[in-house]
Design a protein around this ligand. Structure first.
Ligand code: FUB
Length: 331
């Protein structure tokens, strides 16, 4: 019994990282609801304990306490990563998708120099993994005298109307968006889909659909400067053409450089934006400290446009209705 009580206490402490806006240290959060629980797949993680050589996942039932879901993929599990001969490789900006009961983790491998960045994909039977890499890069960037494509910031959207899966990717140097249709296996490309470049696009594309309108949202600006912000465009299809709608999430008096976000819909139908920001007042670039994951409410106007998002702190942050707390014991 003593062991059980201690284990329960240890579990409670592990999940008691109570913080609401910011939620925890991390960046580029890809969020999704899984069985009524919000899961976040970020770059990095709480307390700086998750670095750019692996990914972790974190989940919450109430958006007040976060449960670490463990390490889901490490750099040394990606066999092809050293094939380019570069000395350093870092992992960041994951995107997760699910189809037919399987889970797919898409991720960026950089930097872009001296060799091109790449996007990989790993597959699992459960959202917490273990994920097994597909064995080769899905997309490789390039840099020539004609231009540059940095293969980073993957996001996969399965169109609820056509059931086709699209990969959106690209950013930073080159600041170019590219879109591919994936094969049903979700780990290979069927074809590239030519798309218009959305105005003010830098990186971090995210697609969601609501009432027949497709919302392409993305980061604009420099990742560690106050101009980093989220803009969006709409379309009647997931591949454009886009109607640019402007900025919806920009620096304010207390928070700088909000960006690389995802949209989620709660079990009660409320839309939230999960993003990262820097907890500081306006000042000279580069921004100092670490990026923090935050969650805020999304409001749509009657015409379907998104109202400017208000960044909140502490208890003003959105939460989910409390459910019975599960206490984990060791048997
Ligand atoms: O976290 C690394 C980079 O910063 C991402 O690729 C960008 O989207 C930006 O958030």
């Amino acid at each position: 019994m003593k062991i059980r009580l201690l284990a329960a206490l240890g579990f409670a402490l592990a999940t008691a990282a109570v913080a609401r806006n910011p939620e925890f240290q991390g960046a580029d959060p890809h969020a999704m609801f899984i069985d009524g629980e919000l899961w976040v797949f970020p770059t990095g993680g709480p307390g700086g304990s998750w670095v750019a050589d692996r990914f972790g996942a974190f989940s919450s039932r109430d958006l007040k306490t976060w449960r670490p879901r463990g390490e889901i993929l490490r750099r040394d599990q990606i066999a092809w990563i050293g094939d380019d001969g570069a000395k350093d490789h870092f992992l960041w900006a994951p995107g997760v998708a699910t189809r037919d009961g399987r889970w797919y983790l898409y991720y960026s491998v950089g930097p872009q120099n001296p060799t091109p960045s790449r996007i990989g994909v790993a597959v699992a039977d459960h959202p917490q993994g273990p994920y097994r890499d597909s064995g080769k890069p899905l997309v490789t960037g390039f840099k020539t005298t004609d231009g540059e494509f940095e293969a980073i910031d993957p996001m996969v959207f399965v169109d609820p109307r056509s059931n086709k899966a699209y990969l959106y990717a690209g950013g930073s140097a080159g600041a170019k968006l590219r879109v591919w249709e994936l094969n049903p296996d979700m780990v290979s490309l069927a074809r590239e889909v030519p798309v218009d470049q959305p105005p003010e696009f830098t990186e971090g594309a995210f697609m969601h659909e609501r009432g027949g309108t497709y919302y392409l949202s993305y980061s604009h600006g420099h990742w560690n400067r106050p101009d980093y912000s989220v803009h969006y465009a709409t379309s009647l299809s997931p591949i454009g053409p886009w109607t640019y709608r402007g900025a919806i999430l920009t620096s304010d008096a207390r928070h700088q450089g909000p960006g690389h976000h995802s949209f989620v819909t709660t079990p009660k139908g409320e839309t939230l934006i999960v993003y990262h920001r820097w907890e500081q007042r306006a000042g000279p670039a580069p921004l100092k400290g670490e990026r923090q994951v935050a969650i805020d409410r999304v409001r749509y106007a009657a015409d379907g446009t998104i109202r400017p998002i208000v960044m909140t702190d502490g208890a003003a942050a959105p939460t989910l209705p409390a459910k019975a707390v599960q206490v984990q014991t060791v048997h």
